[in-house]
Design a protein around this ligand. Structure first.
Ligand code: NAD
Length: 357
């Protein structure tokens, strides 16, 4: 049965990198007979410029109907002066909450060819392959009440609320246990159960879920220790599951272990396996329009899309193998440049992946 993909290039380098990923998607569509249909839409600053809002109704309607969404990136200095509710980032948050994309999967993989790009010693990171599962629609980023109030006496106080319902913990836990089961069978749940009651509950639910997954080895770690262990001995981890805020921070830290944020894809999934796939990086306004951005994170996001939403594992692997092949050939965009590499731009990198496919 035909499946549909919505392309949302967004802002900055978004259109440049999505253009390359789109070519790869068309190629595997033909090669593997996937019968995909494509649509595109506006989101972020591009949507603000055209319609006045970061997530136009038409885009949301198309997103709801799509089986999978490929997003470039949103945001940039042009829209920074706008009030919070009208900023490009609201488009992204609106898609995440509107589609209930509660599970964010972020692999941090260090290709052996890029071991020297990491700021850590090659022996510490070489062969690194971690998956961080971050809860994306709850926790302190969404908890109510929140705000800035003026106390008696005139001093102002900012406040947020860290809340998780049992069902929210259970559903993200399941995603993580399932992922661990398909990988090396080890899951580390990260919390701050020594200080925060909400994560005492988190730990309790994870322990409860573990009874359903006897083949997965569950461990727990406090977030401060996890931040330290990620730079001390990152290869001890297989799958990490954590809440929204801790996941936000730890997944960026894990991303940097690999040396370039330009290499890392991500997936945000809902309970129906509908997903939004995007590179971990932002719109990189400093290099937008120059044709130098690394398209590989977006191309690898296409691989995640095929694996997690479109049930096309073989095509996903073909893309990952093609990316590895172009790295073997020594092709490098500026962000992953090494002394022995051959420097290429965005479209040359995209073409090389197509050729390797
Ligand atoms: P960024 O990820 O856009 O850029 C950080 C640095 O990494 C920059 O030096 C950039 O040139 C480089 N970089 C990023 N992607 C690259 C690529 N593919 N190839 C080569 N180099 C790359 O983060 P930022 O500068 O903090 O944010 C810029 C804008 O992006 C802001 O408006 C921010 O709100 C937005 N943003 C959007 C998303 C998203 O759409 N998911 C995520 C993060 C930031």
């Amino acid at each position: 049965m035909s499946q549909s993909v919505l392309l949302l290039p967004g802002d900055g380098i978004g259109p440049e990198i999505v253009a390359e990923a789109e070519k790869v998607l068309h190629e595997v569509n033909d090669n593997f007979g996937l019968d995909l249909r494509f649509e595109s839409g506006l989101v972020g600053g591009a949507a603000i410029d055209a319609t006045g809002e970061p997530l136009p109704k038409k885009t949301m309607e198309r997103a709801q109907k799509a089986d999978a969404i490929l997003l470039g990136a949103v945001g940039g200095p042009k829209w920074d002066h706008l009030e919070m509710a009208l900023r490009p980032e609201k488009g992204l948050l609106g898609l995440r909450s509107g589609l209930e994309l509660f599970a964010n999967l972020r692999p941090a993989i260090l290709y052996p060819q890029l071991a020297s790009a990491s700021s850590l010693k090659p022996e510490v990171v070489s062969g690194l392959d971690i998956l961080i599962v971050r809860e994306l629609t709850g926790g302190i980023y969404f908890g109510q009440p929140r705000g800035i109030r003026t106390l008696e006496g005139g001093e102002r106080q900012g406040f947020n609320t860290y809340v998780y319902r049992e069902s929210e913990i259970r559903r993200i836990g399941r995603v993580a246990f399932e992922a661990a089961r398909q990988r090396n069978g080890r899951l580390c749940s990260v919390d701050k159960a020594n200080v925060l009651e909400v994560t005492v509950l988190w730990r309790e639910i994870m322990n409860d879920l573990a009874k359903e997954y006897p083949d997965v080895e569950l461990s727990h770690m406090y977030v401060d220790n996890a931040a330290m262990q990620l730079v001390r001995a990152p290869k001890q981890f297989d799958v990490i599951v954590t809440g929204n805020m801790f996941g936000d921070i730890l997944s960026d830290e894990a991303a940097m272990l690999t040396g370039s944020i330009g290499m890392l894809p991500s997936a945000s999934m809902n309970a129906e396996k509908q997903g939004m796939f995007e590179p971990c990086h932002g719109s990189a306004p400093d290099i937008a329009g120059q044709g130098v951005a690394n398209p590989l994170a977006t191309i690898l996001s296409v691989a995640m899309m095929l694996r997690y939403s479109l049930n096309a594992e073989e095509a996903a692997r073909a893309i990952e193998a093609a990316v590895s092949k172009v790295l073997d050939q020594g092709l490098r965009t500026a962000d992953i440049m090494s002394p022995d590499g051959r420097r290429v731009g965005t479209s040359e990198m995209g073409q090389a992946v197509l050729a390797a496919l």
